[in-house]
Design a protein around this ligand. Structure first.
Ligand SMILES: Cc1cc2nc3c(=O)[nH]c(=O)nc-3n(C[C@H](O)[C@H](O)[C@H](O)COP(=O)(O)OP(=O)(O)OC[C@H]3O[C@@H](n4cnc5c(N)ncnc54)[C@H](O)[C@@H]3O)c2cc1C
Length: 367
């Protein structure tokens, strides 16, 4: 075999797998078609599992490990002009208006109790703050009544992160090809192991492998706005998590990303729609009325690879030990993708895998 590993897909998951394998000394090729609608390029960038009340414990454990691994990975990647935008700015969950405020107690109890039970984050890192402090930390907030702050949460720029991972993989000897893989048979002759990290486009390989890869494309539209100058510099503002499941992520340079839609059944149509843009702008201005005068800079569209149970697939295909599938990261792929890419690479190369991957098996019950 010419190579140890071929990775199909160069989003955050594939790029992380190639980086891990190349830096471990393996001979690696990554093949990426860079489809329009690649999720990594649209991701908001929230790395903050402590306020997540939707995901299952197994996924929260993966996310906690992934968040802990981030600083080490970023330190490895950041040098000279390479900057991933990673910064621990914190995440603020907010209740706007009377109605949300009444329902907020349940959310607050859940996340604070879980934090006490698990022992992390510490109650210094995760705590309720009053409306005044919330507005001081995030000047765009309107009628905020209650808030919980997770100071450990970070933001990352998915595009820059994937580029940095690919650049580091290349420096470690990986070959990056801009091409499309039509069948795995094509590439299996070239390498001892293959990782399928094709995001929402991964299911096409299921038939060839004799398994169902239960992943669908879920469109997300996210608007980028210029913060009006009177609100000052947004570089250090915490990210906002809203009761509607939408969020706001501020960046240096007075830019703020607001969104995003979750459009099940969208198929592979990576376009913006009036309905989608209207929904994200209505919700953003409800929470932050000061954005009504913001300039609309651009709207990004990404196709999240989602599974029925919202858990990723990371594992070998039965009867095909040389194939590892790593996809289905849904709405949390920027958080979990760098870590699961690393686990997938370790698995494919026969190295020790330091996380229990059983909950993410491809043949699990997805109900
Ligand atoms: C609007 C939006 C906001 C989000 N916000 C967050 C967030 O705040 N925090 C978070 O943790 N996650 C977030 N996510 C989720 C996250 O972006 C995704 O889960 C993650 O980027 C998926 O990465 P991936 O590598 O699996 O797939 P992708 O990034 O979609 O990459 C897949 C790649 O594989 C390539 N490919 C596929 N098939 C082939 C083939 N046959 N041959 C060659 N190449 C192929 C594609 O061209 C593509 O480049 C968000 C997603 C969206 C859309």
């Amino acid at each position: 075999m010419a190579h140890d590993l071929i990775v199909v897909g160069g989003g955050v998951v594939g790029a992380a797998a190639a980086h891990r394998a190349a830096t471990a000394g393996a001979s690696v090729v990554l093949v990426d078609r860079k489809h329009a609608g690649r999720a990594t390029d649209a991701g908001a960038g929230i790395v903050g599992p402590a306020l997540n009340t939707r995901d299952r414990p197994e996924l929260l454990d993966l996310a906690a490990a992934a968040a802990r691994a981030y600083p080490g990975l970023i330190a490895e990647l950041t040098s000279g002009s390479i900057n991933t935008g990673y910064e621990r700015v914190g995440l603020l969950a907010v209740a706007i208006g009377e109605e949300e405020s009444r329902r907020f107690q349940q959310f607050e109890d859940l996340v604070l109790d879980r934090c006490r039970r698990r022992g992390h984050p510490t109650d210094h890192e995760l705590r309720a703050i009053d409306a005044e402090e919330a507005r001081r930390r995030h000047p765009l907030l309107g009628d905020v009544r209650r808030a919980v702050l997770d100071t450990g949460a970070a933001r990352v720029d998915g595009r820059k992160l994937a580029q940095a991972l690919l650049a580091a993989a290349r420096s470690a000897g990986a070959e990056i090809r801009h091409a499309s893989v039509d069948t795995l048979g094509e590439v299996m002759t070239e390498a001892a192991a293959v990782i399928v990290a094709g995001g929402a486009w991964s299911p096409r390989f299921g038939e060839e492998l004799g398994v169902t890869i239960p992943v669908e494309a879920q469109r997300g539209q996210i608007a980028h706005l210029a913060v009006p100058p009177e609100f000052g510099d947004s570089a250090d503002w915490p990210m906002l998590s809203q009761r509607s499941d939408q969020y706001q992520v501020a960046w240096p340079g007075s830019r703020i990303a607001v969104g995003a839609t979750r459009e099940a059944g969208s198929g592979f149509v990576a376009t913006t729609t009036v309905r989608g843009v209207q929904a994200v702008l209505d919700e953003a201005t409800r929470v932050s009325p000061g954005l009504l005068d913001a300039e609309l800079l651009e709207v990004r569209v990404g196709l999240r690879p989602v599974t029925p149970d919202l858990m990723p697939v990371i594992g070998r295909v039965a009867g095909r030990p040389q194939i590892v599938v790593a996809t289905g990261h849904g709405p949390t792929g920027l958080t979990n993708g760098p870590y699961s890419g690393r686990l997938a690479a370790d698995l494919a190369l026969g190295r020790v895998v330091d996380h229990d991957l059983a909950p993410f098996a491809i043949d699990r019950d997805f109900a």
